[in-house]
Write a protein that binds this ligand. Structure first.
Ligand code: PNW
Length: 448
């Protein structure tokens, strides 16, 4: 048995996102989001019929859900705000009822000694703004900063850790390049523009935060370490393209004020010459980097669009039900990679977790999820190992607290450590929740 101890003040929590759990998307005067529109469109939504209309009904069950977090021993909770609840038209008029929901959530968390981490944008842009071009409109940076100011003014101090964007790569790759996520575009020329405006919006929100904010603000990126399939120059170059596209495209401008040169190679004539002053806006000093880690990628040169790089299937490995290889070592590697390439900013794991098969009903009040238990143990130990090697990791937000709407894949992909019966809304902590409570109580990961 080996035990990896964590720093005394290490923060253990869970993560969720508004559209995936809340339900009641139009309640109390909220404006619809692009996910509302996308999930109701059978031409776009893969899991047809699954929508966020009810989800986990967290909007109505918030107090009970926070009580359950407390019971499990969570020290922190990362949630996102639905932009359209607060600003139904995306800009201008503030909807006090919508803002009030998040204020109550934050106060309930604090009353239970649970630290709130608030994400401004977890993919649910108001349709009113999408109708004005969404992230393709350069004004989106100002819209986003104004939205941020509303939240900072009301909640800074009670919220001490803010996140601007969740995973700009997924927003662009899924929403503007491949069309798998809202708003469902497939356009090589749009993707770089959406990415760039997302990063301008990130910078503008950080800048707005510095006007009044007294605590910390950062960016959350999804990182997947890319390992070249061989030493061949073709595979090495493929690895560099894949790494630039997914892992450097957002960190490089945010931290170093430039794009990796491979992006021009990948996008060709679709890659614009950006105004130099944009980089000054994007490169605002941030207080931490949030890392979402799920899997790795072994990369080889091939003819897949647009990267000319693709994955080598790892047929011997365990995979989750979203098809992701279980590879804990990748989490150690990627944390050390961030340190080496982007310096010594504090790091938080803002998401990590796995979908495995769990039954729709929690028979007898139990859900035995040994694969998730094993996944969590090994990934938490992998963080311990990165810390031993010098990575400044301050906390871990497990994805996810509840089974929820896995975006276009619907409710069949269960990531929760708490089971949700979507017929009855009953919550049942899985064995993985018990394991996580133990990790928190002992401040250590145990491997047998
Ligand atoms: C993240 N990829 O999405 C999101 O932040 C969550 O909302 C989501 O539920 C969770 O991970 C599980 O999927 C990702 O293809 C989607 O690399 C796709 C990727 C990464 C993260």
């Amino acid at each position: 048995m080996t035990q990896t101890p964590f720093p005394d003040d290490f923060l253990w929590g869970c993560a969720t996102a508004a559209y995936q759990i809340e339900g009641s998307p139009l309640a109390d005067g909220a404006g619809a989001s692009i996910w509302q529109r996308f999930s109701h469109d059978p031409r776009l939504m893969a899991a047809k019929g699954d929508t966020g209309d009810v989800a986990c009904d967290h909007y109505n069950r918030m107090a009970d859900d926070v009580a359950l977090m407390k019971e499990l021993g969570l020290q922190a909770y990362r949630f996102s705000v639905a932009w359209g609840r607060v600003l139904p038209e995306g800009t201008g008029r503030v909807n006090q009822a919508g803002l009030g929901f998040y204020e109550r959530l934050v106060d309930t968390l604090l009353a239970n000694d649970i630290e709130p981490l608030c994400t401004l944008y977890h993919w649910d842009m108001p349709v009113a703004l999408d109708d004005r071009g969404g992230w393709l409109n350069r004004d989106s940076a100002d819209w986003f900063a104004d939205y941020g100011r509303v939240l900072f003014d009301r909640l800074d101090g009670r919220v001490k850790k803010w996140v601007t964007l969740n995973e700009p790569w997924v927003v662009t790759d899924g929403g503007y390049l491949h069309g798998a996520l809202a708003p469902g575009h497939r356009n090589m020329f749009e993707a770089p523009i959406a990415s760039h405006n997302l990063m301008r919006a990130h910078g503008a929100a950080v800048k707005a935060y510095r006007e009044t904010g007294k605590h910390e603000i950062g960016l959350v990126v999804n990182l997947e370490p890319k390992y070249a399939a061989s030493d061949s120059p073709e595979d090495q170059a493929a690895q560099r393209r894949a790494e630039a596209y997914m892992n450097r495209q957002y960190l490089e401008p945010a931290i170093h004020g430039r794009y990796p040169p491979e992006l021009k190679e990948i996008f060709g004539e679709a890659w614009p010459d950006w105004p130099a002053e944009d980089f000054a806006l994007i490169q605002q000093p941030i207080d931490f980097i949030g890392v979402n880690y799920y899997t790795r990628n072994v990369t080889r040169a091939d003819d897949s669009w647009p990267l000319n790089a693709g994955p080598v299937p790892q047929t011997q490995a365990t995979h989750t039900t979203t098809g992701w290889e279980v590879f804990p070592q990748g989490l150690t590697d990627v944390l050390l990679w961030v340190k080496e390439n982007y310096g010594d900013l504090p790091l938080y794991i803002t998401e990590n977790g796995a979908a495995f098969y769990d039954p729709p009903n929690a028979e007898g009040g139990r859900v035995d999820d040994p694969l998730r238990v094993d996944y969590l143990r090994k990934h938490i130990a992998a963080i311990g190992s990165a810390i031993e090697q010098g990575a400044d990791v301050r906390g871990y937000m497990l994805w996810s607290f509840l089974d929820n709407l896995e975006w276009s894949l619907g409710y069949s992909k269960r990531f929760g450590i708490v089971h949700v019966n979507f017929e009855t809304q009953a919550r049942t902590p899985k064995n993985s929740a018990r394991l996580y409570s133990q990790v928190i109580a002992t401040n250590a990961a145990t491997l047998y």
